[in-house]
Design a protein around this ligand. Structure first.
Ligand code: NAD
Ligand code: APR
Length: 232
């Protein structure tokens, strides 16, 4: 493999074996919480404390979690091919960076970030955020987690599409293929000539768009796939 550009889309499934719940699996986060209440701007306006409680709990869980063999394998892949591997993650947990990945785009934001809804200043989130927290720049009590909610524009989309267009290989790992625009990346990449691979516990909603698929736990399937790509 020389100068092959690889774009890897990850979802909640890659962090499941690190103890972080997925969204749509049985007992997933969306079985326990209403999306409208905790993951929309309208929900935040209606009850900011409830939304902060939700993300404060997820932040505490994420900080306590450690990367698993799947995150580590992706970091090895990048280390072997610097500049040729990009991870685009829908996850907000930070486990790719904890495993050593450097080229990571957080299209749905990150629990480690705070954002002022009034002046758009960003700063590192404290472990516990509260509706009364003032923005360090404009001093308004309008701080929110730096998370992309339903109805908002995901981050870095133009750059991500540029990378998808240039990709030789597109791999989706642990994502159910229900949330757009991420769910359409496989079609975008394929249209521009990338080979496409799904690595997931079970078939996603977009399985028919992939050229190839391997099913199993991320901690097993991802290291095996990386070993194949590296020829080790
Ligand atoms: P939606 O119909 O609620 O909203 C779509 C929004 O996403 C639009 O307002 C638009 O600004 C933006 N968008 C859609 N396609 C786009 C594109 N091609 N380029 C730029 N922006 C685009 O859609 P939805 O599927 O319900 O979710 C919207 C987004 O919200 C998701 O893509 C996801 O990033 C995000 N989200 C985040 C969380 C979270 O908790 N982290 C939860 C749910 C959704
Ligand atoms: N190994 C591999 N895949 C797994 C594992 C595992 N151990 N456990 C679960 N999965 C798979 C499931 O089969 C499913 O296809 O991971 C996927 C998880 O899907 P979702 O819970 O829908 O998570 P995701 O696709 O990341 O959700 C996308 O939705 O609510 C939003 O913004 C949130 O970023 C999130 C977006």
């Amino acid at each position: 493999m020389s100068a092959e550009k690889i774009v890897i889309l990850t979802g909640a499934g890659i962090s499941a074996e690190s103890g972080l719940g997925t969204f749509r699996d049985e007992d997933g986060l969306w079985a326990q919480h209403r999306i409208e209440d905790v993951a929309t701007p309208e929900g935040f306006a209606a009850n900011p404390q409830l939304v902060h409680d939700f993300y404060n709990a997820r932040r505490a869980q994420s900080v306590a979690a450690t990367p698993n063999a799947a995150h580590q394998a992706l970091a090895r892949l990048e280390a072997a091919h610097p500049g040729e591997v990009l991870v685009v993650t829908q996850n907000v947990d930070g486990l790719h960076e904890a495993a050593g990945s450097k080229a990571v785009m957080h299209m749905h934001g990150a629990l480690s970030g705070a954002l002022c809804a009034a002046c758009e200043n960003r700063w590192p989130a404290p472990m516990v955020m509260a509706p009364s927290d003032p923005c360090p720049v404009c001093a308004k009590p309008t701080t929110r987690p730096d998370i992309v909610w339903f109805g908002e524009m995901p981050y870095d989309m133009d750059q991500i599409w540029d990378h998808l267009r240039a990709a030789d290989l597109f791999v989706a790992i642990g994502t159910s293929g229900n949330v757009y625009p991420a769910a359409a990346f496989v079609q975008d990449a394929a249209r521009y000539g990338a080979h496409t691979v799904e690595l997931n516990l079970e078939a996603s909603a977009t399985i028919s768009d992939f050229a190839e698929a391997r099913f199993g736990k991320a901690s097993e399937v991802v290291p095996a796939w990386v070993a194949e790509v590296l020829g080790t």
